[in-house]
Design a protein around this ligand. Structure first.
Ligand code: PMP
Length: 297
């Protein structure tokens, strides 16, 4: 297997040396923040998609613990670039994580050291190449009244894993979670869009992680002259939809062929295809309108 390198607290080390203590606070309580970022191979070299926005969200997510992160946005961005270079990676998935140290297992992390690691992995199409079958999970998305849901916090992903397992066991490919008011929220690791009456409709940000891909799709749709509505949506809206797709860094734009018993006659449908085409041309470096989203290495 190819040797891989990890950035850990300012030093790039072979992955087998990037080890931490079993006393790590984040291991016990899920107290950390992380990101998923993609880098794409383009004719002009590897390019990271929306690097600045991802690192900003990483630091913003971590800030909810009220503890300063010793690594600035510039340091983390440069570290990501350096880690991609040393791994000689092109098309890859980048996983930065900010986590607490192992000085104490008391609940509050306020007096603990703060660490950062950057891991590079290969990732092809996360949800496969075909349109997927989605099941509405009985597991509800964590409530904004319990957690700052806009942050990407490690511990939240137990909620995603439970929802995913529950629908997988019923034969679906991916979960759609409802919020505690019964409105549509999002997938286990992706936001959702519907095409209803020729418009794109997506849940408002109340109970979701406001995805960077979601924001990109909204910008692309407006360039295409497609109206986008961010609003409360219920399962009754699913029946009105003619197309649906998930968006996310790992999932990119994944067409949905059915949600529970509702089948979409075309997946990808025509609007999904148009958006997929532009998204693809942005990430392969041929689109000029959104060229500023790529950070070339
Ligand atoms: N929702 C959740 C719960 C996620 O984990 C992700 C993946 N980060 C998304 C939505 C999509 O976010 P993004 O487009 O920024 O990757």
């Amino acid at each position: 297997m190819k040797k891989s390198y990890i950035w850990l607290d300012g030093t790039i080390v072979p992955s087998e040396l990037a080890t931490i203590s079993v006393m790590t606070h984040t291991l016990h309580y899920g107290t950390g923040a992380f990101e998923g970022i993609r880098c794409y191979a383009t004719p002009k070299g590897p390019a990271i998609f929306r690097l600045s926005d991802h690192v900003e969200r990483l630091l913003q997510s971590f800030s909810c613990f009220g503890v300063a992160c010793p690594y600035s946005k510039n340091i983390i961005e440069q570290a990501i670039v350096d880690t991609i270079r040393i791994n000689n990676a092109r098309d890859c998935y980048i996983r930065p994580i900010i986590f607490f140290g192992s000085e104490s297992l008391l609940l509050s992390p306020k007096n603990l050291s703060v660490h950062c690691a950057i891991i590079i992995i290969n990732m092809d199409k996360y949800l496969g190449k075909e349109a997927i079958k989605v099941g509405i999970s009985s597991v509800k998305r964590i409530s904004p009244e319990s957690m700052p849901v806009h942050n990407k916090i490690n511990g939240y992903y137990v909620n995603s894993i439970f929802a995913y397992h529950e629908v997988k066991n019923r034969g679906f490919d991916e979960a759609l979670l409802l919020d505690h008011d019964g409105n549509i929220s999002e997938g286990s690791v992706a936001n959702i869009f519907f095409v209803i009456d020729g418009k794109l409709k997506t849940p408002d940000i109340k109970s979701i992680l406001p995805g960077i891909t979601r924001a990109s799709i909204i910008a692309i749709a407006s360039k295409l002259g497609i109206e986008v509505c961010e609003q409360s949506l219920t399962i009754y809206d699913i029946n009105k939809a003619t197309e649906a797709f998930f968006t996310g860094t790992a999932s990119e734009i994944t067409p949905i062929k059915s949600i529970d018993n509702k089948k979409f006659s075309h997946s990808p449908g025509c609007i999904t295809q148009k958006i997929q085409m532009i998204y693809h041309s942005v990430t392969n470096g041929t689109d000029t309108d959104f060229a500023s989203w790529l950070y070339f290495i």
